[in-house]
Ligand binder design. Structure first.
Ligand code: CUA
Length: 304
């Protein structure tokens, strides 16, 4: 199983195409300029001699490009095949794109948002889908990209040879939050990864003794809420969290509501039910427990 080295092979492949194209472009341009000069019209009524055809040249300029294109085609096919052929022992993660973020689900059921933890030195297979519209998962460090399509599951695979952080981008325009749809891959030493996934599998209770608003703050920053909501009072894709609790908001239908615990809960679990005027009904549902929602409202109370 030839696994690592795909990135290097991809780069060599890209450079082969690139330099070959530059070479052919330069060659054709030089000949064009030279002939333009050499066979220019010399007198006002000058006429050129017609060409008689040349079988040798015809064969030559058919055969050479054919060989080049065949060579590139076979190389491309071989590389593509290896990019699509997932190794047997791959670690599997399910990734779901939504407006605007990524949900990761691990084999033991644990979840993260916008952060994909993986063991370094092991192939990883991603099963990819979308909750709403077309997105595309792009991981430049591994030279891979795949479409996230609602109602369909696609896949890609890669391997991080070294522990470290790698960027994730969405590369399919998916609305006003498209540019915010970033994430990180965190490749960990296998032992550290084992420990992390063991810990995460425990029921998600906050650190014992921590006040609820601390836990709420953690939830809000870990869940990607701040991609769309600010803490400063500025308008984001959604309303700011600053001074939110106790505020009167106008709705699209002209009525007003008071932002209380019940409205926050509804807006987290079923965000499209009552949307504040002037904002798109863009937020996906977040399945937090009552305890977690309580922690979040406690946190909002501190943002005055
Ligand atoms: Cu999701 Cu662009």
């Amino acid at each position: 199983m030839t696994i690592p080295g795909l990135v290097t092979r991809w780069d060599i492949h890209f450079k082969t195409y690139f330099y070959l194209m530059v070479f052919i472009w330069a060659l054709v341009t030089l000949i064009l300029v030279y002939f333009g000069f050499k066979y220019r019209r010399r007198t006002a009524d000058g006429e050129g001699r017609g060409g008689a055809g040349n079988l040798f040249l015809e064969i030559l300029w058919t055969l050479i490009p054919l060989l080049i294109v065949l060579f590139l085609g076979i190389q491309t096919w071989a590389l593509f095949r290896d990019f699509r052929r997932v190794p047997q022992d791959a670690y599997e993660i399910r990734v779901e794109g939504y407006m605007w973020g990524w949900n990761m689900t691990y084999p033991n059921g644990q979840r993260t948002r916008n952060e994909m933890r993986i063991p370094a030195g092991r192939p990883v297979r991603v099963y990819l889908t979308s909750q709403d519209v077309l997105h595309a998962l792009y991981i430049p460090a591994f030279r891979i990209q795949e479409e996230a399509i609602p109602g369909r599951t696609t896949y890609l695979w890669f391997q991080a040879n070294e522990p470290g952080e790698y960027d994730i981008f969405c590369t399919e325009f998916c609305g006003s939050g498209h540019s915010l749809m970033r994430g990180k891959i965190i490749a960990m030493e296998p032992a550290a990864f084992e420990q992390w996934s063991g810990k995460q599998a425990q029921p998600a209770e906050g650190p014992t003794g921590a006040p609820p608003h601390e836990k709420g703050k953690q939830l809000v920053s870990d869940s990607g809420c701040l991609n769309c909501h600010t803490l400063t009072g500025e308008k984001g894709i959604g309303p700011s969290f600053k001074n939110l609790m106790g505020k009167k908001e106008s709705l699209e239908d002209g009525t007003t509501i008071l932002v209380d615990d019940a409205y926050v809960k509804e807006s987290i679990l079923a965000p499209k039910t009552r949307v504040v005027k002037g904002y798109p009904p863009a937020m996906p549902s977040y399945q937090f427990s009552d305890q977690e929602i309580h922690a979040i409202t406690e946190y909002f109370e501190t943002l005055k």
